[in-house]
Design a binder for this molecule. Structure first.
Ligand code: 7MF
Ligand code: ZN
Length: 883
């Protein structure tokens, strides 16, 4: 918003800070439109910095400066400092070991629609400082390698702000004149300012406690708006589960006596790990069986875990600079994935994670915004909280776990914590610890952090019957990405198993003398490498990349018969599911081509037989069973195509879905009737599994368009006592011609109009509908009284859902979807640049579409580039995607 020509920040330019800040004393006098901050810092020159003069420059944006003083002297006069739009330079600071700098300034939280810094959400004041939001509160060395001890005093009106929270422990409080009160908080741990937080408002508190492994009693508090007090039970239980899990799996104990979580309605992302005072999007806290789906319950536990796990991977040990973001995020995502896997189903969780990685992160890695997990340049750091940094970063950590084994990995993480507790470090420091603890050489493995793009593995096999050997040749190739034309080979762990024709396990014996095992990890390090397996009495079927052991694309000739075989016999749950997805994917790909050539669609019966067999095998883990019966998503199918044809994808996939429904109708009806219960919505694995499998069955059956099934879904919608069932039924009603469609939508709105998170679902469902009137509906919904462009959850549920989860209608050939999105982005640019930038995702992949759509999408990106006062966020994404 500020720079006509925003500057790029480079990793290679990193230098240690010239000054350090040791203690920070903050006093906030809180008011909606005028909050006053007084900041008293103890500062010293950094002994590790050899450069620099007498001046000190602090970061600060949109601040009204009131006064500055040094060592408690007189206020500095004009000629002694320089204030710019985003900085404050004090020309001459005392040349003594340590000095005191006092600054007073004012801000306007009510005018803050960007939701970064201190802002207002439903009358409550709250903060978001990661990555560079603290500079919107007061002048500071806003960088993560400056760590200080914070003491914070909050002063506010007793009626408006009865609850006053900040990091650490409450050490003092009292009354003030004019109906005001104050509270002082002290955080005994050094922290960077991005972990600072404050909350002030009328909140209710739900309390519990946790006894740590060393016997300390921790007070747990969840703060929410008054009407949400009955929706905190699951979040609290999740927190206790996470605390116990981190002790058991990583030996990590919580360090303060108090852990607070606050839920706010206006939040740019999921949640934030501020020390001792996490701030969450309400979406990841509030749940009651009648308002939240099983998926919501799972996500809440995962996000609560994620933020809790940051206390060690992020807070105790933080990042040296923002290029190292994956140090904390990749590791913490890995930890939350493992936690959720342990809490629910490892098989299902891995499939869900890989699904997301392959549809969304792979798309990012193949597009104009591709960047390494540790980027080497950025314009706006907020744009680098990406799927690559988070999800691919977690895959890197997972590969280490696979290669070192869980014990080796634990030794490495123990050493990492021991070496770096209290420090701000780099991704390299993490790898160094893994290396040192295990006596391995990870030199080549480190390339995963610096090289962008998804490697492709091409696999060839050759069975020699006379020698009884199988040779697997694997070639790796990584396509070029912006700024990285040539790639070096990576160190890739490839887990492999062999299966004989009767379904029994074939031995994996690499080299003639080695011992045999059921599964081996191939260490791929060269562009082309052969691996020979011995003592194989017959040609085995190869099950490769088990558990998705590396984030790569696999190219391997497979017959439909071989895929059907693996779907029945692979002992690896991931690969069994993957075989079914590939089978369905190949068949749909054929139908896409037929549809494009104007041929009549005809099903290949092998898919019917394969799905029939899955249905007959009746898998015990019902959630996994449901995944085996699912078809690859439209976005996954799109990822597989050279030129994405949204209509062909939709038509071909719907055709397969409908044909399966027709031919397996008896089986699906039995499933539905067996597992449909009048359930209250308890979140346990049996009940969630039952709901998942029966709703999959209902989804298929809804394609039949027959009256009895329409009645089933309508009855389920009206009688459901849990949101999973109600929403699943409504989705079937909304995505198929159903006589009661509008009635059900209206009824749902009336029932839930007072519950913002449920109304988000109501918006999303309509925005993602495949029915022909969807675009008109979206436009109408934009003017609905419940729509609010200032609320990011609403924006995501309508604009985000339409553009990112409704390819069929968003990519309408007449460009209406593109124009609509660009209009909203231009509007959001001035209100909330972070959200505006995230809304651009759908336009950045323009090169993947046909030339007409390319032109139309590009035109909208170019229009966005001309936005007056364009933010750095939007500028960076738009300009890079046009390059
Ligand atoms: C689970 O990482 C996984 C990812 C930054 C904000 C939360 O803890 C966080 C914050 C963004 C994108 C995704 C997540 C977060 C942020 C997130 C949350 C839960 N440090 Br931006
Ligand atoms: Zn995180």
């Amino acid at each position: 918003m500020r720079d006509a020509n925003p500057q790029t920040i480079f990793l290679k330019d990193y230098s240690v800070p010239e000054y350090l800040i040791h203690t920070v004393d903050l006093t906030f006098t809180l008011n909606e439109e005028n909050t006053r901050i007084s900041s008293r810092l103890t500062v010293s020159r950094n002994p590790n910095c050899k450069t620099g003069g007498k001046s000190l420059t602090l970061a600060g944006e949109n601040l009204r400066l009131l006064r500055i003083s040094l060592n408690d002297g007189n206020d500095l006069t004009k000629g002694h400092y320089l204030q710019t739009q985003d900085s404050l330079t004090i020309y001459e600071v005392p040349q003594q070991q340590q000095f005191i700098l006092t600054i007073e300034n004012e801000i306007n939280p009510k005018a803050n629609t960007a939701l970064e810094g201190l802002y207002l959400s439903n009358g409550m004041l709250c903060t978001q400082c990661e990555a560079e939001g603290f500079r919107k509160i007061t002048y500071f060395l806003d960088r993560p390698d400056v760590m200080a001890k914070f003491t914070t005093t909050l002063i506010g009106d007793k009626d408006r702000y009865p609850v006053l929270l900040s990091n650490g422990n409450k050490i003092a409080y009292g009354d003030k004149p004019d109906n005001c009160h104050w509270v002082t908080w002290e955080d005994p741990f050094n922290k960077p300012c991005y972990l600072f937080a404050l909350v002030a408002g009328r909140l209710v508190c739900i309390e519990d406690s946790f006894k740590t492994m060393s016997g300390r009693n921790i007070s747990l508090q969840i703060y929410v708006e008054k009407e949400d007090g009955d929706k905190c039970g699951h979040a609290m239980q999740s927190l206790k589960n996470a605390m116990l899990w981190d002790e058991q799996k990583f030996g990590r104990e919580y360090d303060l006596d108090l852990y607070m979580i606050v839920a706010v309605s206006h939040f740019n992302m999921g949640a934030m790990e501020n020390k001792g005072l996490n701030i969450f999007n309400t979406k990841f806290v509030l749940a009651r069986p009648d308002t939240a789906t099983d998926a919501d319950y799972e996500h809440i536990e995962g996000v609560i875990g994620h933020e809790y796990f940051h206390n060690w991977t992020g807070n105790r040990i933080t990042c040296r600079d923002w290029f190292q973001l994956s140090l904390k995020e990749g590791f913490t995502v890995f930890r939350d994935q493992e936690f959720t896997g342990d809490r629910t189903s490892k098989a299902v969780k891995r499939i869900e994670d890989v699904n997301m990685l392959r549809t969304r992160q792979f798309a990012e890695d193949a597009g104009p915004l591709a960047h390494p997990v540790r980027p080497d340049a950025y314009i706006e750091i907020n744009n680098f909280y990406t799927l690559t940094v988070y999800e691919k970063g977690a895959e890197i950590v997972r590969m280490l776990h696979t290669m070192l084994g869980s014990e080796g990995f634990r030794k490495g993480s123990d050493l990492y914590f021991a070496r770096h507790d209290g420090q701000a470090v780099t991704c390299d420091d993490f790898i160094n610890a893994m290396e040192a603890a295990n006596g391995v050489d990870l030199t080549q493995f480190r390339r995963w952090y610096s090289q962008a793009g998804t490697p492709q593995l091409t696999v060839f096999q050759n069975y020699d019957a006379a020698a009884q050997t199988l040779t697997i040749r694997i070639c790796q190739h990584c396509p070029s990405t912006p700024g990285q034309a040539l790639k070096d080979p990576l160190h890739i762990p490839v887990t492999i198993g062999l299966i004989y024709q009767d379904g029994s396990v074939a031995p994996c014996q690499l080299g003639s003398a080695a011992h045999a095992s059921n599964e081996v990890i191939l260490q791929l390090t060269q562009s082309e490498q052969d691996f020979t397996f011995h003592h194989l009495a017959e040609r085995p079927v190869v099950s490769i990349l088990r558990g998705f052991s590396a984030p790569v694309k696999l190219i391997m000739e497979r017959s439909l018969q071989e895929l059907a075989f693996l779907l029945s016999y692979d002992s690896d749950t991931f690969n069994r599911w993957e075989a079914g997805q590939q089978l369905a994917g190949k068949i749909i790909a054929g139908l896409i081509a037929d549809w494009q050539n104007g041929k009549a669609l005809k099903i290949n019966p092998i898919i019917i037989t394969a799905y029939k067999k899955v249905l007959a095998q009746a898998e015990k883990d019902l959630s996994y069973f449901a995944l085996l019966l699912g078809l690859p998503s439209e976005s996954y199918l799109a990822e597989q195509m050279q030129v994405i044809d949204v209509e062909a994808i939709h038509e071909a996939r719907e055709f397969v879905k409908q044909t399966l429904a027709e031919q397996l109708q008896a089986e699906f009806k039995t499933l539905y009737l067996n597992y449909h219960r009048d359930e209250s919505g308890l979140f346990d694995s049996d009940a969630t599994g039952r709901r998942r499998i029966k709703n999959i069955a209902l989804g298929y059956l809804s394609k039949l368009g027959c009256q009895d099934i329409q009645q089933w879904s309508e009855r389920q919608f009206y009688t459901a006592k849990n949101m999973t069932d109600q929403l699943a039924a409504l989705a079937d009603i909304v995505n198929n011609p159903h006589p009661a469609r509008q009635q059900c939508l209206d009824s749902f709105y009336r029932q839930w109009h007072a519950d913002a998170l449920v109304i988000d679902k109501w918006f999303s469902l309509q925005a993602t509908s495949c029915m022909p009137d969807t675009f008109a509906t979206v436009q109408t919904l934009m003017t609905h009284p419940a729509f609010d462009i200032r609320n990011p959850n609403r924006v995501r549920s309508l604009i985000g859902a339409f553009s990112q989860a409704n390819p069929l209608h968003f990519h309408a050939a007449n460009s209406q979807g593109y124009k609509f999105l660009a209009d909203q982005i231009i509007l959001l640019n001035s209100l909330n640049p972070q959200v505006a930038s995230r809304m651009m995702t759908a336009l950045t992949s323009w090169r993947r579409y046909d030339s007409i759509r390319q032109t139309l999408m590009k035109a909208q990106l170019e229009r966005i580039m001309t936005t007056e006062a364009i933010s750095r966020d939007v500028y960076e994404v738009a300009s890079k995607s046009l390059l």
